[in-house]
Write a protein that binds this ligand. Structure first.
Ligand code: SF4
Length: 216
């Protein structure tokens, strides 16, 4: 919206650094990994509030795996996990929407129109996983003057991952955070070495804050 407003108002000293990602290609990359041990997915409710639920149907059918779109309150999460486990126990694989009070099948249509107007699909680098084709939004040529990456010529800048961080294995569900040698020692929320320890909902940060509960 801000890009469209900038164009409408003739504002030229404005740009954005787009880092939007698309969830389904990342899910497929994880599921295609030969070490994958994922049994089911909780679809992030905030993403689905915009994008809707339909883009998960091909994944459910192709990989025969439950996907439960889930909200963020504690009870939402418990119910989302319950629905996923119930599917597994009943040998079902379906798309279910636990977060129906917010997420509609079609998503937010006006917001999706704006996204399609300004962005096109392109390759995106995922921290800890690497490049995934067609997994992100890049600004269309028409709006390139608002693209900070092009404007400031910074697309060559790469930030290397910490060599001791196993975030890729954590993010793909191959290892648990406490299996990382850095966990709670050199890496903690005040001094994160990787993405999963940065934000409070990151797997490593969650294990760090609640490890006593998890162990018991
Ligand atoms: S504990 Fe820290 S270093 Fe280890 S995987 Fe998590 S973020 Fe990376």
């Amino acid at each position: 919206m801000s890009v469209l407003h900038a164009e409408k108002e003739g504002i030229n000293n404005y740009s954005i650094l787009a880092s939007h990602v698309l969830v389904p290609p990342a899910m497929e990359a994880i599921l295609d990994d030969k070490f994958c041990t994922i049994d089911a997915f909780l679809g992030a409710g905030h993403v689905c509030a915009i994008m809707g639920t339909e883009e998960y149907v091909p994944i459910v059918n192709k990989y025969k795996i439950p996907v439960v779109v889930t909200g963020f309150e504690p009870l939402d999460l418990v119910q989302g996990i319950y629905l996923a486990v119930k599917q597994l126990e009943e040998n079902r694989f379906e798309l279910e929407n636990q977060y129906a009070r917010v997420v509609k099948k079609e998503g937010n249509i006006p917001a999706k129109k704006v996204i399609q107007q300004v962005f096109e699909i392109g390759t995106r680098e995922w921290r800890g996983i690497g490049e995934i084709p067609n997994s992100g939004y890049v600004i269309k040529e028409k709006y390139r003057k608002y693209d900070a990456e092009a404007k400031f010529k910074i697309s060559h800048i790469k930030v290397p991952e910490n060599a001791n961080c196993i975030a890729g294995e954590i993010l793909r569900g191959i290892k648990k955070p406490f299996e990382c040698e850095q966990f709670g020692k050199n890496c903690n929320p005040s001094n994160p070495l990787g993405a999963p320890m940065v934000s409070s909902e990151g797997a490593c940060a969650a294990y760090y804050h609640f490890s006593d509960i998890i162990k018991n």
